[in-house]
Each structure stands twice: as C-alpha cells, then as structure tokens.
Design a protein around this ligand. Structure first.
Ligand code: CA
Length: 182
C-alpha cells in the first residue's frame, strides 16, 4: 500500500474532466506499470445542497455515534453504523430543479453496501469501496458521487429531498456529509 499525491496541470477549469493516470514503479531490474481512471466534476458541490451526516432527520434499527474528526476544526462524523437493518435518513432543500449526482464523503475499512431510497423510491443497493486507514485522519476519507441507473445525475424537483440509506451487509460506513453535487 502506498500513497502519492500528484498535481494535475492544464486541466479545463469549471468543466468535467475524465482521463487516465498512469504510474510506473522502477525497481532495480523491473518496471511495474499500473493505471487508474479518474473523473473530476470540475465544479464544487453547491453548499446549500449538502447536509452534515450527523444532522440526520430520522434513524431506525440502531444508534450511530457522532464523534469529532481529528485536526478538522470541529468537523463531526457519524460512526458505528455497522448493524444490518440500521437506517439513516436526511432531508435537504434543493434551491432549483435539475439533474444532480448524489454526493457523499465517507470512510470504510471494507467494501460496503447500502440500500438507497431517494424521495421514497427504492433505488436498490449502492456500493462504496474501502478507503484508507482507520478514519482518524482527514486523508482517510473520500468523496464519491452516484448517478441514476442510466448513468446520469438524478432528475430532481426543487424543494425538500429525502435521502434514506439502510445497512444491508453489516459493514461499517462512516459518513461526514452528503447531498447533491452539480
Ligand atoms: Ca460532518
């Protein structure tokens, strides 16, 4: 396991970007190559379409814990969401109708599945890849976006939205915030 931060230069600003990052590891007698596909939204999520995970509006089937994240200026996260059938629900007001990806900042030590209901519609399971580390540091957290079953952002009306996520695999998912990106 290794981590390397690189700076991406000359990418279009304010627009989505997709591409590959190639990596070469030069050993004494070998060169190991790997690649990863990346997608950048190009625009930060609108602040008014995000909700802190700890500000959930409903909970059932268990009780999460809320704890502060180290060195994060008082930022809090939801943890101990590791029982099957335990669900959380959040309400978010969207200022305008449109197409939005679901966005979530999380930490997980294993691959995790949650059942998603959006405004009461059962959209089935969504999967989260494992992130790094224990979740104690900011670098252990990743932001991920989800699209609808056609690979497009969700078509949503203006006003109150309800996001419902249910634990279906008894794996833990720690969440910082969630909502809708651009
Ligand atoms: Ca939070």
């Amino acid at each position: 396991m290794f981590e390397q931060t690189i700076e991406l230069l000359d990418l279009p600003k304010g627009r989505p970007a997709q591409g590959r990052i190639l990596a070469e590891l030069n050993e004494a007698h070998d060169v190991l190559r790997g690649e990863v596909w990346v997608e950048l939204t190009g625009r930060p999520a609108p602040r008014n379409a995000l909700v802190e995970a700890e500000a959930f509006s409903a909970e059932g089937g268990g009780h999460v814990q809320i704890r502060p994240l180290k060195d994060a200026g008082g930022r809090k996260v939801v943890t101990a969401w590791d029982q099957k059938g335990h669900f959380l629900e959040w309400s978010i007001d969207l200022p305008a109708a449109g197409r939005y990806p679901l966005l979530l900042r999380y930490h997980a030590t294993d691959k995790v599945t949650r059942r998603l209901l959006l405004n009461g519609a059962d959209l089935g399971p969504i999967a989260f890849l494992a992130t790094r580390g224990s979740g104690a540091d900011r670098e252990h957290w990743d932001e991920v976006t989800f699209m609808d079953c056609e690979g497009k952002p969700f078509q949503l009306q203006r006003g109150r939205q309800t996001i419902h996520l249910e634990n279906v695999d008894a794996h833990a998912l720690d969440v910082d915030y969630l909502g809708f990106g651009r």
